[in-house]
Write a protein that binds this ligand. Structure first.
Ligand SMILES: *Cc1c(COP(=O)(O)O)cnc(C)c1O
Length: 376
């Protein structure tokens, strides 16, 4: 069914079309100059030392853990109110994800207090996820990490150019991963970026992205006869030139995307802040965020079931979504199950409302009114 107001719409135009055609005509379609340009522009935009383009954010999360030698026997503390890739990346390296609860129904990011409770002598890292581009409590989390000698990985899939106390998300922990999937703030259809300020980790990530192969110049430097050497089991997680060109065009639109979303979100807040039975998370933090999604949570005082509310909105032509079903309740993670009361509540009572660059204030009002009507 075609919705009157979709959950999301792409911000694509002639810039993206021209960028792709230029690469196709150049005939250099695999990783190349556009990839380097995207990496350099991205690193510059978020004040990071190294940005390495990858096939997707999931691959970047995998590499982030692999380059820090996290593996079998190790535990990584992760949120459960996230996309499943956050936890799956831990499984890829053979380590064990340990789930921690969210802070509150108004702050859907991982709880520093619960992180600390979940630390054991096997814990090696904490993987945080900045929900919707809203920063986790990084001061507390970095202090816990320091105290227990743990690495911090940021799943920054939602957070390009979002900040925390003046620092860009994805540059606070050791390594971070961004997503350029089709519904993210900027997209290359499929794509991602690994970011780190650590030279050695960046070097290793570069190797692991491309089969563990050393470059020819590096080989020459070492004086080997062969054109290249393979020094560890790597992967093929490269981002091609076609997608990279899309990324370059999209990155130029990031600031206007973020600015527009702020305006829309402020209108949502104005409309929704006093509705009985509705919790509106993150209110007041929108200026530091990318506002990747707009979540609301049905309060305990709301007698309606979430699916009832979503169906009524759907009847009004409004597409909604859920961010997220809780990962620790999926079948594949039944062995890692631990009771997370707030996450389990949010997983059943959160609704994501439409938000995208070309949305109008009238459309925000239409969605807000429809929701108010349903809850009344
Ligand atoms: C989208 C997303 C990912 C995965 O990104 P891909 O680029 O599709 O691999 C990981 N974590 C979170 C929180 C996401 O939203």
């Amino acid at each position: 069914m075609a919705y009157k107001i979709p959950l999301f719409d792409l911000n694509f135009g002639k810039e993206e079309e021209d960028a792709v055609i230029e690469v196709l005509q150049s005939k250099w379609i695999s990783m190349g100059d556009k990839t380097t340009e995207l990496e350099n522009s991205f690193a510059e935009r978020i004040d990071a030392k190294h940005a390495l383009a990858m096939t997707n954010c999931t691959a970047a999360l995998h590499i982030a853990l692999a380059i820090m030698d996290i593996g079998p026997g190790d535990e990584v503390i992760v949120p459960s109110l996230t996309f499943v890739a956050t936890a799956n990346a831990v499984k890829y390296v053979g380590a064990t994800p340990v789930f921690a609860d969210i802070t509150s129904l108004k702050d859907l990011t991982i709880s520093p207090e619960d992180i600390e409770k979940k630390i054991t002598d096997k814990t090696k890292a904490i993987m945080v996820m900045h929900y919707g581009g809203f920063a986790c409590d990084m001061d507390k989390i970095m202090a816990i990490a320091e105290k227990h000698n743990l690495k911090v990985v940021e799943d920054a899939a939602h957070s390009p150019a979002a900040t925390y106390k003046g620092k860009y998300l994805g540059t606070i922990g050791k390594v971070s991963a961004f997503s350029f999937f089709s519904n993210k703030n900027i997209t290359t259809a499929e794509g991602g970026m690994l970011v780190t300020n650590d030279d050695a980790l960046a070097e290793r990530a570069k190797l692991m992205r491309s089969h563990g192969m050393t470059t020819m110049s590096y080989e020459r430097f070492k004086g080997h006869a062969t054109s290249y050497d393979v020094i560890e089991v790597g992967y093929n997680y490269r981002l091609d030139n076609v997608r990279s060109a899309l990324g370059v065009a999209q990155l130029k639109k990031l600031d206007e995307d973020i600015e527009r979303r702020k305006v829309l979100v402020k209108r949502y807040y104005k409309n929704l802040k006093d509705i009985d039975g509705l919790i509106v998370p993150f209110m007041g933090k929108e200026d530091e965020s990318t506002n990747y999604v707009f979540p609301v949570v049905l309060a305990e005082s709301c007698p309606l079931d979430r699916e009832e509310v979503r169906n009524k909105l759907s009847e009004a032509g409004i597409q909604t979504s859920v961010h997220y079903p809780s990962v620790h309740e999926f079948s594949i993670y039944s062995e890692n199950y631990t009771k997370l009361p707030l996450t389990e509540y949010a997983a059943r009572r959160e609704i994501t409302l439409p938000l995208y660059y070309s949305m109008t204030l009238e459309q925000v009002d239409y969605v807000s009114n429809a929701l108010e009507e349903v809850l009344r």
